[in-house]
Design a protein around this ligand. Structure first.
Ligand SMILES: *[C@@H]1O[C@H](CO)[C@@H](O)[C@H](O)[C@H]1NC(C)=O
Ligand SMILES: *[C@@H]1O[C@H](CO)[C@@H](O)[C@H](O)[C@H]1NC(C)=O
Ligand SMILES: *[C@@H]1O[C@H](CO)[C@@H](O)[C@H](O)[C@H]1NC(C)=O
Ligand SMILES: *[C@@H]1O[C@H](CO)[C@@H](O)[C@H](O)[C@H]1NC(C)=O
Ligand SMILES: *[C@@H]1O[C@H](CO)[C@@H](O)[C@H](O)[C@H]1NC(C)=O
Ligand SMILES: *[C@@H]1O[C@H](CO)[C@@H](O)[C@H](O)[C@H]1NC(C)=O
Ligand SMILES: *[C@@H]1O[C@H](CO)[C@@H](O)[C@H](O)[C@H]1NC(C)=O
Length: 478
């Protein structure tokens, strides 16, 4: 049965319009939950990482050390989105740009990061051109986790949030606040040459590798953190199902920026992690619950650090988070595990919020049906961006793609709509970290997966021009 046949037999008006979309992945297509459609918009980008929109609706993509790419998009008559033009707007030019991209609040600057530096390129979104960059933030160098995530908060258009990870799996030095590692900071975009370690406002530290950063609609800052690998407790290797990956809350940005000498809390790493599956932990850790702080010997208490808000399955590698402008909640990409035997992640999920707080549910929106061969021929979601229509775009680095999720109808937050059933256990309920008494959350990023350069190969720029779109809609039903 072909996809077209499947779509036809479903006979849903919302889908019929998308039948001319033609692009298909080179691997088993991911599954999309009822209530959403999924379109493959672009292939052949060299390892796309984080993505964002400029002020004219062009999608900017950080490709692996090739620079920042602008995709000029057009709405096709048939409901398919087409790429009209594809331009490298910020040339790598030896800068070793990798992963991070953001646009200033006024739309006139592109920020792009290497492992060492955040560069600011004066940008014209009409001509899709830049001027030579200046170094906005320096001294970000460390080995290990090399992504430097960038984010422009809507409450402070002249501020840039920058996340920097640890230099190793368990980076003892990051427990010293003066090293500047495993930290999330806010910087003015109006001053060049700021040293990462000695400038800016520290929103949080003890964050092993918080690759995804976002601001919610009321001004709160959230990040998703990748926890360590190879943890041994009481002589037992607990790596397969612990520690948890984390969602951390950093408070209201206006409060942090308006408080003189503000210093955000430690989220625990490298001494305090978070429990995912206590049933496989040795005593005394087996008495802990999902989401509880997990002190690493010789530390026995996590009372001086801040606990995670939510715990996610071990090594699933959350690499981005973005809030929806009108629906209460956030999407999260899980790049997928490379550090455990049973593959997990390889999906995009929806975290419903209520009263500006996560409900605790992790509802899968797009996922990989057969993860046996992962991380090989699988979807590996990385960057997220939400457009003005409330559609959700995400990159997939291994396969060199950008995909588009459309929320059907007006209520994509309905559990029964957005919770993917299907073969992957779509309702993975994340437990809330216990509060009270102070805890430690925090572990870092890792899974090693965000260090990979997931070679997608330098395929495809020539295949561009007008790119077709495939709609993989409601496959969860068939
Ligand atoms: C961008 O370029 C166009 C065309 O040259 C020009 O009209 C416009 O003023 C430029 N915008 C900025 C912000 O410089
Ligand atoms: C930070 O940058 C300054 C100026 O480039 C340099 O002198 C210093 O060595 C750097 N510090 C570190 C820790 O890299
Ligand atoms: C918390 O206390 C432990 C000792 O119990 C110490 O090792 C750790 O550095 C402290 N963390 C912070 C963030 O103060
Ligand atoms: C899943 O993929 C593996 C190869 O990675 C394959 O051997 C297996 O047959 C697949 N399972 C199903 C149910 O398709
Ligand atoms: C979604 O459903 C809820 C509950 O029925 C309702 O309050 C809300 O307004 C709906 N959202 C939209 C965008 O219609
Ligand atoms: C979600 O959908 C179910 C089934 O259609 C419906 O019973 C329920 O009222 C909906 N909830 C919201 C909040 O819209
Ligand atoms: C997900 O699981 C939680 C806890 O078991 C439950 O409350 C919720 O209704 C489930 N949601 C869906 C969509 O199945």
């Amino acid at each position: 049965m072909t996809l077209l046949t499947i779509l036809s037999t479903l006979a849903l008006p919302a889908l019929a319009q998308a039948l001319s979309c033609t692009l298909t992945p080179d691997y088993e297509p991911p599954v999309v939950a009822p209530g959403y459609t999924l379109q493959l918009v672009v292939k052949g980008i060299n390892t796309p990482r984080h993505i964002t929109f400029d002020d004219r609706g062009n999608l900017l993509v950080a490709g692996d050390r090739s620079g920042i790419i602008a995709l000029e998009l057009a709405e096709g008559q048939d409901g398919c989105v087409e790429v009209m033009r594809r331009v490298v707007v910020a040339e790598n030019g030896g800068l070793d740009l990798y992963h991070g991209v953001a646009v200033s609040g006024d739309g006139r600057t592109i920020f792009a990061s290497s492992t060492t530096t955040v560069h600011a390129f004066p940008y014209n979104s009409t001509t899709l051109s830049t001027l030579p960059p200046t170094a906005l933030i320096t001294n970000l160098t460390n080995p290990g986790h090399i992504t430097r995530t960038l984010y422009t908060p809507h409450t402070h258009p002249n501020t840039l949030l920058v996340s920097r990870g640890s230099e190793s799996n368990i980076d003892a030095g990051s427990g010293d606040i003066t090293t500047g590692r495993s930290q999330l900071k806010a910087f003015s975009t109006l001053t060049t040459g700021q040293d990462f370690t000695t400038s800016g406002t520290l929103l949080g530290w003890g964050l092993r590798n918080s690759v995804g950063v976002a601001q919610d609609n009321v001004g709160g800052v959230w990040s998703v953190e990748n926890a360590p690998d190879s943890i041994v407790l009481e002589g037992m290797d607990v790596n397969e199902r612990n520690p948890a990956e984390e969602l951390n809350y950093h408070g209201l940005l206006p409060t942090a920026l308006e408080t003189p000498n503000y210093v955000g809390p430690s989220y625990g790493y490298p001494t305090c992690l978070t429990v995912w599956d206590p049933t496989v932990l040795p005593a005394p850790y087996s008495a802990l619950a999902v989401g509880d702080p997990l002190p690493l010997p010789p530390v026995t208490s996590c009372s001086n650090t801040t606990a995670a808000t939510l715990a996610f399955d071990a090594h699933t590698a959350p690499l981005d988070i973005k809030f929806h402008p009108t629906l209460p909640g956030a999407f999260v990409t899980f790049h997928g595990s490379s550090a455990r035997k049973e593959p997990a992640g390889y999906k995009v999920s929806w975290l419903p919020f209520m009263d500006d707080t996560p409900t605790g549910e992790v509802l899968d929106v797009v996922w990989t049906r057969n993860r046996t061969g992962c991380p090989g021929a699988c979807l590996r979601p990385v960057g997220l961006a939400v457009d003005k229509r409330g559609r959700v775009w995400f990159s997939a680095d291994r396969s060199g793609e950008v995909w588009l999720i459309t929320v059907l109808g007006v209520n994509g937050t309905n559990e029964t709509e957005s919770g993917g059933g299907g073969g992957t256990g779509a309702n993975e309920t994340a437990e809330t970290g216990t509060s009270g008494g102070g805890e430690a959350g925090g572990s870092g990023s890792g899974s090693g997966s965000e260090q990979e350069s997931a070679a997608a190969g330098r395929a495809g720029w020539d295949a561009v021009g007008v790119v077709g779109v495939a709609v993989w809609a409601l496959l969860a039903l068939v």
